[in-house]
Design a binder for this molecule. Structure first.
Ligand code: FIX
Ligand code: ZN
Length: 429
């Protein structure tokens, strides 16, 4: 019977050997344009890493807007923004936050010195990297076999790229996801855009609205060869939104008559990321979003009403995690994923992963990444691998204590399920 020391070795060896599919990132393939070229969507390198919106929020806790007005910061060149953050969060203060530690882990694993007092030496190293080869380098270091993108069809710049480059998604290292937030968050705006693009849709869902909105979805699912449809939803998202015997809302109509039928016909999952309260501090841009407690019963209602549909769900509030886990015990068409955004911290990843293993066994996806900067894949994998490994070691030790034999083959199988197979099997289910 393997000792706990041997189990630890087995678990970490299996994690080291297992490629991971990150099912949700904001990373793009190099055809979308690579930073520092203005307007690029593939963001990488030290200045992008250090100006990640998590760190902008954190530096504004140290140097308040009364000292450095937001508009002044946003007008600064990216390198000056990065120098400002590096000085205040990494030199004059101890970089103990998870977002700060992540930058240091990435630098260390790239063979760079995390103790530099300025970014100058790092800039020199990154300037020598070529984006396409650097994608391979990062994927190798981070054990990533596929980077799943987020492709917001209502983003004008990105939509223009899709309409001008038929080979945009030809990079086999990446997969596309149709992101549709306005269709659920702001139907009036979405309907206006659809009409501009030649779809005969009406605010009140009369006439050809259902067929035309379905035509829009099918067009983009085909163009992107999207592997699922995603949206981020506010804490007050409800399904059904109509209270009592009230008339269905636009979101109810869209979900019931447009989205779920198209996804069911194509056997594609719908990823709901619920709990993001956007721009509570608008001056911080992407760093200005916040968390709010959401309604798990709405997820239950969706899973029950649409048994032919598959739901990938993550919620942003820690307070929702236990109820969401129990909901997943009730519906096989519900797959939980990730410790999203403000949950992506060691103390919470540990708590949530333990809870999920105890309630769901190995039938969930512990992490999704959410990397926005290519290089973040390196630290997110390194940090998560250790956290998931520590939980698995404890759970296997508990199993051993019953007399059950935990074998190397079991550990490899479980790690493969958690890091890759649960996702791809759920897509095929
Ligand atoms: O809605 C989302 O996909 C969120 O993950 C992002 O908007 C958010 O800024 C993020 O990257 C969090 O990690
Ligand atoms: Zn995201």
């Amino acid at each position: 019977m393997p000792s706990n020391t041997l189990i630890k070795k087995l678990v970490h060896a299996a994690l080291d050997a297992q490629p991971i599919t990150y099912l949700h990132t904001h990373v793009y393939n190099p055809r979308f344009g690579s930073s520092p070229k203005p307007g690029s969507m593939l963001l990488w390198g030290i200045d992008e890493l250090v100006t990640y919106h998590y760190l902008v929020a954190e530096v504004y806790r140290v140097v308040p807007a009364s000292v450095l007005p937001y508009e002044t910061f946003w007008k600064m060149p990216k390198a000056d923004q990065a120098d400002h953050i590096w000085r205040h969060l990494f030199v004059e203060r101890t970089p103990v936050s998870e977002a700060c530690r992540g930058v240091l882990t990435t630098l260390g694993l790239l063979g760079l010195n995390p103790n530099e007092k300025t970014l100058k030496p790092h800039r020199k190293w990154f300037a020598a990297q070529k984006p396409d080869a650097y994608v391979d380098k990062v994927m190798k270091l981070a054990h990533v076999d596929k980077i799943v993108m987020t492709n917001p069809v209502f983003d004008d710049a990105e939509r223009a790229l899709w309409e001008s480059d038929p080979k945009l998604n030809s990079d086999p290292r990446f997969a596309a996801v149709l992101r549709i937030d306005p269709l659920l968050r702001d139907w009036p705006l979405a309907a206006k855009r659809l009409r501009e693009w030649g779809y005969d849709v009406r605010l009140d869902f009369t006439g050809k609205t259902v067929a035309e909105t379905q035509r829009f979805l099918r067009h983009w699912l085909d163009k992107m060869n999207a592997i699922y449809v995603a949206c981020s939803l506010p804490p007050d998202f409800r399904y059904p939104a109509a209270s009592g015997n009230g008339a269905p809302t636009a979101a109810d109509n869209f979900i019931r008559d447009v989205l779920t039928p198209v996804l069911a016909e194509r056997n594609l999952p719908w990823a709901l990321m619920i709990g993001s309260r956007l721009r509570v501090n608008p001056a911080l841009n992407d760093a200005g979003d916040m968390v709010g407690q959401s309604d798990v019963l709405s997820v239950v209602n969706l899973c029950r009403e649409f048994p032919a549909n598959k739901f990938l769900v993550t919620m942003l509030a820690r307070e929702n995690q236990h109820e969401l886990c129990v909901a997943a015990r009730k519906f096989g068409n519900l797959m939980l994923f990730g410790c999203w955004w403000f949950l992506n911290n060691p103390s919470l990843i540990d708590e949530i992963t333990r809870m999920r293993l105890e309630l769901l066994g190995t039938s969930f996806i512990p992490q999704h990444s959410d990397a926005r900067i290519l290089d973040q894949l390196v630290y997110k994998w390194d940090h998560n691998r250790k956290l998931i490994g520590a939980v698995l070691v404890d759970k296997y030790a508990d199993l051993q204590a019953t007399g059950y034999k935990v074998t190397p083959a079991m550990v490899k199988r479980d790690v493969a399920l958690l890091l890759r197979e649960n996702f791809w099997e759920f897509l095929k289910r």
